[in-house]
Design a protein around this ligand. Structure first.
Ligand code: HEC
Length: 465
């Protein structure tokens, strides 16, 4: 993982213009910042100073941030100051790990809001899906060169809090009355594809690798870990989470975004990121707050699904700790099959091989092409050799409702997505009322199983009719 650059590394090129005046102390946008910083210091430093690291909170918002850092953080929304995370978290009008901050009174709120109002507007949170003819539909191939993307206005949204190199995602959307199309782009300096492979050990035996070194119970995942080191063996992923509306609507999602599904027992079940592998009932988990509530999740899994031009159509529903399946919490998969499974062990060694390449990469074997690996082939391989641990055939049924294909160009990922506006699946968001604003969030998993960077401000999809 490279440095977290808060620069104008822009994929879509939309949001460039405002950089120059940030650090000019005589600019009006600077006036009053000392006062704002004083408020934040007094009200928030208990959990958001660098001391937070000692409290194992590792929060992304830091009271030491200067105004330029706050402008690029996405915690402020100059177009609508009272919708800023900085204010909504402090007031707990959306879920906040720290709850409602009593000392952050209406005068503090007003001061902070008036400062925010004068800042350059770095981001936009409303994505417009323009109407196109079916003949203009983009190919879902991970190549953003389709003419439609040249004219679709992009938005760039901030993401924070996880392991991703990227601090922002650029998105475009379009629809043709039958399908909705998206292209997402985000910076990543390398493709992560070593998903828990089989590795030959020093003594000649074989073992599958863990996704990451096992974290201590109660530890919180931080934003600045080197997740692309040799001990981290996972895959790049992306997730988009949607409110579903109708009978399954998730209360609070339209205001609070994905955070309403984020529960950490260490934070009184408010949002947080605590690990607890010895008892997953005590780890931070995703679930909705009422039995009727369902959020739709589009989960792109590079090693398990990209070769099939699909993402995994999943969902988040209600769960309570100490019931059901504590590992998955509220996460479930749509009807059908995932079309992936581990390369099983035979006498402790991998069973299958890729037809043309004995060793990884590739880190998956197509189900239709798998061949038995022989003991002689395994014996001849040097210590440290990797074999794929994933056998794939692509998802089926409702789980296969979303087409997707990602491509990495050496510095960034491009992911194209297509889904029918309406699928009829009660676990899916139905884009059947094009007058509605559909609220969603996006998360980037950079070689991360769960430690995703995420958009905290709710995003909205609007359709051109
Ligand atoms: C008692 C501890 C505590 C206090 C005090 C606190 N927070 Fe937080 N805050 C948290 C925790 C834990 C999170 C992470 C979970 C979440 O997103 O809600 C968080 C998250 C945030 C976030 C989202 C970005 C991030 O760092 O994850 C913002 C913005 C934020 N707080 C603003 C504030 C502001 C503004 C204040 C003071 C007015 C404040 N907080 C006071 C605990 C606290």
């Amino acid at each position: 993982m490279s440095m977290r650059l808060r620069s104008t590394t822009l994929l879509g090129g939309a949001v460039l213009a405002t950089a120059a005046c940030w650090d000019n102390p005589s600019s009006p946008s600077e006036l009053g910042f000392a006062e704002v910083q004083g408020v934040l210091q007094a009200d928030c430093a208990a959990c958001h100073s660098s001391l937070g690291a000692h409290l194992n909170l590792l929060n992304t918002f830091q009271t030491t941030m200067d105004s330029a850092a706050l402008v690029t953080s996405g915690f402020i929304d100059p177009a609508d100051p009272y919708r800023s995370l900085l204010i909504r978290k402090a007031r707990a009008v959306i879920p906040h790990g720290g709850g409602a901050i009593g000392s952050f009174d209406s005068k503090d709120e007003w001061r902070v809001a008036e400062w925010i109002r004068r800042q350059p507007n770095r981001f936009a949170y409303r994505l417009n899906a323009g109407r196109i003819a079916a003949s203009q539909a983009p190919a879902i191939d991970g190549d953003p060169g389709d003419p439609v993307w040249a004219t679709a206005g992009p938005i760039t949204v901030p993401i924070n809090g996880g392991w991703a190199d990227a601090t922002e995602v650029t998105m475009r959307a379009a629809h043709d009355g039958v399908y909705v199309y998206f292209v997402l782009q985000w910076v990543d300096d390398e493709v992560s594809e070593r998903r828990q492979p089989w590795i030959k050990q020093l003594d000649g035996s074989w073992a599958t690798a863990a996704a990451k070194p096992r974290p201590h119970d109660g530890y919180t995942w931080g934003a600045n870990w080197t997740a692309e080191g040799s001990d981290y063996m996972y895959e790049d992923k992306v997730a988009v989470m949607w409110n579903t509306y109708g009978a399954s609507t998730v209360a609070g999602f339209d205001n609070g975004g994905c955070a309403v599904t984020c529960h950490d027992p260490a934070m009184n079940n408010r949002p947080g990121k605590s690990y607890f592998y010895s008892d997953e009932n005590r780890a931070a988990k995703k679930y909705t707050n009422a039995p009727s509530e369902i959020a739709d999740i589009w989960h792109w899994k590079m090693v398990r699904m990209n070769q099939h031009f699909k993402l995994d159509d999943q969902w988040v529903g209600h769960w309570e700790p100490y019931t059901g399946d504590p590992h998955n919490g509220g996460r479930g998969s749509d009807a059908g099959t995932g079309g992936y499974a581990a390369n099983p062990a035979t006498n402790g060694s991998p069973t299958y091989r890729h037809p043309s390449s004995l060793t990884a990469p590739p880190f998956f074997i197509l189900e239709s092409e798998k061949q038995l690996v022989t003991a002689a082939e395994l014996a001849a391989l040097p210590v440290g050799t990797m074999l794929p641990n994933m056998v794939t055939s692509g998802p089926t049924g409702a789980r296969a409702d979303v087409d997707a294909r990602g491509q990495h160009d050496g510095s960034k990922w491009t992911l194209e997505i297509r889904r029918k506006l309406a699928t009829g699946d009660p676990k899916d968001v139905q884009f059947d009322d094009l007058a509605r604003e559909y609220v969603f969030g996006v998360a980037v998993f950079d070689n991360a199983q769960i430690e995703h960077s995420y958009s905290s401000t709710p995003l909205k999809l609007v359709f051109q009719r």
